[in-house]
Design a protein around this ligand. Structure first.
Ligand code: NAD
Length: 327
């Protein structure tokens, strides 16, 4: 491909991906499956890598999420809420491991977590009291959805210590709630939600909190934003402390001593994912040591100390469950 041809294709891909991003992140109504979006994004990244002078900071390959909606108060994230790099197979996981080990002299251990397919949110507690919750938005500015988040029963309004902390996680709609909701919508002749992720995002980005309250949403918390509480050496210690505070963490995380153990975890969950009562779209792999995380740092869009393994596209799990539940 000549440079001129690459330039034309890059511009086409940017327009297309911007449209997909708007539909997905701002309107909660994607028109293509994630696998199609991921393939086009990868094509763009490869062309930009082959022609670095054509890379611009406003390219979708360099940006997180979508614009926050004007209907909501804006929340500035003191620490940005970023995206994650992706790995689609074992070779790419091994490449990630190699880059990590080249980037630090520390002995590396990983933590593997399920990648919950919902809406990324940040919760702020001041002196132990839940005071604000926001969406990720474009990574630096999110939407204030505190009233909606307060309707999620698993979000404590008070944690067990008088800490001032910001925790990050994924609000999601369990399969059963999703199927029941779509059933009612079908009966009412209202358009059904494409998947639990869009149903969760669509429920939380509503001005009337009664809507979210009726949607049986749930949450798993997996990370930290601003954090004034005790010092920790590792991500796993902090996760355990979050649980101790009464914050809901996912029980399936595992410490892995090397990339082989990571790959084993990935393979196990590729088989077992349909047993869960919520949707996951991959596995998140994080360097456990917080010092090594700091040393590895960030790109414009994502941390270098973590990656998301994405499951291969398959027939939607919810369809299988629909059959199982006979609804
Ligand atoms: P991402 O979903 O690949 O990864 C980052 C996100 O993973 C984080 O922001 C966080 O919300 C989430 N996450 C879930 N569990 C986590 C855990 N345990 N630890 C850390 N993070 C966890 O990246 P993205 O920037 O949020 O969005 C891209 C995704 O959205 C891709 O899956 C893409 O296919 C999809 N998308 C689809 C369309 C479409 O039109 N179908 C458009 C845009 C984006």
């Amino acid at each position: 491909m000549t440079k001129d041809e690459a330039n034309v294709r890059i511009n086409e891909l940017r327009d297309l991906l911007e449209r997909y991003n708007r539909e997905y992140h701002e309107l909660d109504q994607p028109s293509v499956p994630d696998s199609e979006y991921d393939a086009r994004l990868r094509e763009l990244i490869e062309l930009e890598e082959a022609h670095p002078d054509l890379l611009t900071p406003d390219s979708p390959s360099q940006r997180v999420g979508g614009e926050p909606l004007d209907a909501f108060q804006k929340v500035q994230h003191a620490i940005p809420m970023l995206s994650l790099g992706n790995a689609f197979n074992e070779d790419e996981l091994r490449d990630f491991d190699r880059r990590v080990r080249e980037g630090t002299d520390e002995d590396i251990q990983y933590v593997c977590e399920l990648k919950i397919d919902g809406l990324a949110v940040s919760l702020r507690y001041e002196n132990g009291q839940f005071i604000r919750g926001a969406t990720r938005g474009d990574g630096t500015t999110g939407e204030d959805i505190t009233k909606n988040l307060k309707t999620i029963k698993s979000i404590p309004l008070r944690i067990s210590e008088d800490e001032t902390i910001e925790v990050r996680g994924e609000a999601f709609m369990p399969h059963r709630s999703f199927l029941a909701l779509n059933e009612v919508r079908e009966q009412d002749g209202v358009e059904v939600f494409a998947n639990p992720r869009n149903a969760a995002a669509g429920s939380l980005r509503q001005l009337d909190p009664k809507i979210a309250a009726n949607r049986n949403l749930d949450i798993f918390l997996y990370g930290a934003g601003e954090w004034e509480a005790g010092e920790f050496d590792t991500h796993s210690e902090r996760l355990q402390y979050m649980k101790q505070l009464g914050l809901k963490t996912n029980p399936e995380w595992r410490s892995c001593k090397d990339i082989d153990e990571v790959i084993q975890y990935v393979n196990e969950w590729t088989e077992k994912r349909s047993e869960l009562n919520y949707e996951i779209d991959g596995i998140v792999i994080k360097v456990d040591s917080l010092d090594a995380q700091e040393e590895l740092g960030f790109t414009a869009k994502s941390p270098r100390f973590a990656t998301a393994y994405k499951f291969p596209a398959e027939e939607k799990i919810t369809k299988l469950i629909r059959i199982e539940l006979n609804v």
